[in-house]
Design a protein around this ligand. Structure first.
Ligand SMILES: *Cc1c(COP(=O)(O)O)cnc(C)c1O
Length: 332
């Protein structure tokens, strides 16, 4: 019998791992927390054309694509999708073709992630503004077109949100526990929910993960526990215990729409820690963390790890330039 391969080892190496875990002492003091209670896991520093959480998922997704003999990575998302940008980078590094579906009309001047997409040069299909599920259909439709053209596409859902992709955060959770064995709570942005599912599977507990809904999909409360269970099974781990925790109070007017609480979070992180957050994901996640501290869900001595999932290129998108410039600095 061939030796059994640990499912967590079925990956290609794309990310700079382990990423650092750094204390945020000044932000902790500002939030009236113990000085060793608040940490940031620097998954914005995973490398791969600017970094972010998708690098960990892509290690497993690209391995799966290769094992299945695929020659083209296909995925999609909003025009400022970080997953799309990093998928194009992974394809180039591995010598695969790449087709991406962007739910926008082509911009007259590229900005933010689109600048990087243009440089990485995948085939880009601009489909106009579509909702989450219509983008998923457009990805499938594009994969079928590629088959007709004689390609062997590997289609990934928005955000790489499959059980295979979530394996990246089982590994990520294990990395966090190795660096901070006392961690009580990991706070993350929830876009597609795949990162949250992987973390819960890796920690073996829903109670130890707080996801902050950024308004990308409406079904996180059912999606996350379902995928966490499936991911744990694939990783050979027990099903996570406890109740899933998703904060739906911080997405404001919806996905990509900046909020005042998010702006306060960006300002605090930048001014107290020299840490740059983004308006779409990490700013809203940090706003959720701050609110949980202020209303007592996070206590003074709760050991909290904020997962920095990346996203900085979106700050350079023209859509946010005016917001960064004109929103008055928060008073706190
Ligand atoms: C995709 C993304 C997320 C959300 O991750 P999901 O696994 O889709 O929930 C969070 N932050 C950034 C910067 C992202 O690009």
């Amino acid at each position: 019998m061939p030796p059994r391969v640990d499912p967590l080892d079925r990956r290609v190496v794309l990310a700079h791992l382990p990423t650092p875990l750094e204390p945020m002492r000044r932000l902790a003091a500002h939030l009236d927390m113990d000085e060793d209670a608040l940490w940031v896991k620097r998954d914005d520093a995973t490398g791969l054309a600017g970094g972010g959480n998708k690098a960990r998922k892509l290690e497993y997704l690209c391995e799966d694509a290769t094992v299945h003999g695929c020659d083209t990575l296909v995925t999609g998302g909003g025009p400022q999708s970080n997953h799309v940008r990093m998928t194009a980078a992974a394809a180039n590094k591995l010598g695969l073709h790449c087709t991406i579906v962007l739910s926008s009309d082509p911009p007259s001047t590229p900005s933010g992630n689109v600048v990087l997409d243009e440089l990485l040069a995948p085939e880009i299909v601009w489909v106009g503004r579509l909702d989450y599920y219509a983008v998923e259909s457009a990805i499938d439709h594009t994969a079928r077109r590629l088959i007709d053209e004689g390609r062997r596409p590997y289609a990934m859902p928005i955000g790489g949100a499959s059980v295979t992709g979530a394996m990246g955060y089982v590994r990520g959770a294990q990395e966090i526990v190795r660096q901070q064995p006392d961690v009580d709570l990991v706070v993350t942005a929830d876009g597609s929910g795949g990162t949250h599912a992987g973390l819960a599977a890796g920690l073996g507990s829903h109670d130890r993960v707080l996801g902050v809904d950024v308004g990308a999909r409406p079904d996180l409360d059912t999606y996350v526990p379902e995928k966490a269970t499936e991911t744990a099974r694939l990783a050979g781990l027990p099903e996570p215990t406890g109740d899933v925790r998703v904060d739906h109070e911080h997405f404001g007017k919806g996905y990509g729409a900046p909020t005042d609480a998010g702006r306060e979070a960006l300002d605090l992180a930048a001014r107290l820690e020299g840490l740059i957050l983004d308006p779409v994901y990490t700013g809203k996640a940090m706003a959720g963390l701050i609110a949980a501290r202020r209303d007592g869900r996070i206590e003074r001595d709760t050991k909290v790890v904020f997962l920095h999932t990346g996203g900085m290129p979106a700050l350079f998108a023209s859509a946010y330039a005016e917001w960064v410039k004109t929103t008055p600095p928060s008073s706190s």
